[in-house]
Ligand binder design. Structure first.
Ligand code: F6R
Ligand code: MG
Ligand code: MG
Length: 379
């Protein structure tokens, strides 16, 4: 069994929250290079989107393998030290715990991993998003695995005909549920249509229960109990040969959806598909963006990556996303550009609201019920 593990963290921004300094990336490369030499890792790549570093690792351990998670933790400690030396912004931002204990889940960094038997040819896609909440993959994942308008293979390919199982996590209730599509597509949508709370964690092919997609699903603010930046989730998807084709997977990003996480983690913005040369947010600390990395696996070696979303065929999606960005920005501090109040709970908004809370005085007993004087007279 091979395990593909992607662990990401923001350990300091260059400049502000926009990108990662090259010295931090080369530190991660060095550390992982040693781990590959020692045999702990089969292979690795270091990638980035915006201010987040993603460690893409293959190994023959299981999911949640302590040594692998510990390695990632140590790498992020090392990149944090570089960030501190260069006085990068928010050095060590996502490392919420003081020390590693058993598993990196819940300590700050995001994790997506999948164990499987490598097929004779194994194309895998890894998507990384910045300025984006954990539920941002819900809509694309539904399109890829349950919508025949996106994925004709659901209709045409006999191996995909049985459909897919979605595992959905309730981030507030700490519960998990499974829905089988196509039969339960509407029930699935009931929940994943609310991506701030319900997040697709895994997708399996029905019939053989083959794992086909995995996401990082934590909500940092819920972990920390305060605003500590956005989750900026990652997504792994296996492709082809009885699974969605690479192009069916990419197609889900051709109609940009809105995601929560833009500016101060407090605004909705379009999820902009970009090439690697455009991965760093700019306007209004955004817009939220996604990069795609494509690999072929060869006995666990990562052959690639290729830039999957930089192609000209996504130019129209980028244009549409930027038009959406213009429309939303016209709303300024108003909802629905700004997140609804309950979503602002973990930002600095409650603190500033508390300062003016005395402005509101209770209404007199009968004030609410009686119409204004003028209106009463007209009747
Ligand atoms: C959004 C994000 C940025 C920051 C903003 C303020 O997810 O990371 O938009 O929220 O730049 O950052 P601070 O409060 O660190 O000055
Ligand atoms: Mg940051
Ligand atoms: Mg980020």
């Amino acid at each position: 069994m091979l395990t593909l593990t992607v662990i990401k963290a923001d350990t300091g921004g260059f400049v502000g929250h926009s990108s990662v300094h090259p010295a931090m990336l080369s530190t991660a490369e060095e550390k992982l290079g040693l781990a590959r030499l020692s045999g702990l890792l089969r292979d690795f790549r270091v990638a980035k989107v915006g201010d987040d570093i993603a460690l893409i690792l293959t190994h023959f351990g299981s999911e949640d393998e302590e040594d692998i998670h510990h390695l990632a933790w140590d790498v992020f400690q090392a990149t944090t030290r570089v960030a501190q030396r260069l006085k990068m912004y928010g050095a060590g931002q996502d490392l919420l715990a003081h020390a590693f204990s058993g598993n990196i889940r819940g300590l700050g960094p995001g994790v997506a991993e999948m164990s499987f038997e490598e097929r004779p040819s194994e194309p895998v896609l890894v998507f990384l998003a910045d300025k984006t909440g954990a539920g941002a993959w819900n809509l694309p994942l539904f399109r890829i695995f349950a919508d025949p308008f996106n994925t004709p293979g659901l209709v045409i390919d006999p191996k995909m005909r049985p459909g897919f199982d979605f595992e959905v996590l309730d981030l507030l209730g700490r519960r998990v549920a499974r829905f089988s599509t196509p039969e339960e597509a509407y029930d699935l949508l009931l929940f994943i249509g609310a991506p701030s709370r319900y997040v697709i964690r895994r997708v399996y092919r029905r019939g053989d229960a083959e794992p086909v997609a995995a996401t990082s699903t934590q909500r940092l603010n819920l972990v920390a109990g305060r605003y500590v930046g956005k989750d900026d989730p990652v997504l792994i998807i296996r492709a082809q040969s009885g699974l969605p084709a690479v192009g069916e997977i990419l197609e889900a990003f051709a109609q940009p959806s809105l995601a929560a996480g833009w500016m101060r983690g407090s605004h909705y913005g379009p999820l902009l598909p970009v090439g690697w040369d455009q991965d760093a947010p700019a306007r209004f600390d955004g817009p939220p963006r996604v990069v795609g990395l494509g690999f072929q696996l060869a006995e666990g070696r990562l052959i690639g990556p290729r830039d999957m979303l930089g192609d000209v065929s996504f130019d129209s999606a980028r244009r549409q996303a930027l038009e959406l960005a213009d429309a939303l920005r016209r709303m300024g501090p108003f909802e629905p550009h700004r997140l609804p109040l309950d979503e602002m709970e973990y930002t600095t908004l409650p603190e500033v609201m508390a300062r003016v809370k005395d402005r509101f005085v209770p209404l007199e007993e009968d004030e609410e019920a009686s119409p204004p004087a003028g209106m009463a007279a007209e009747r």
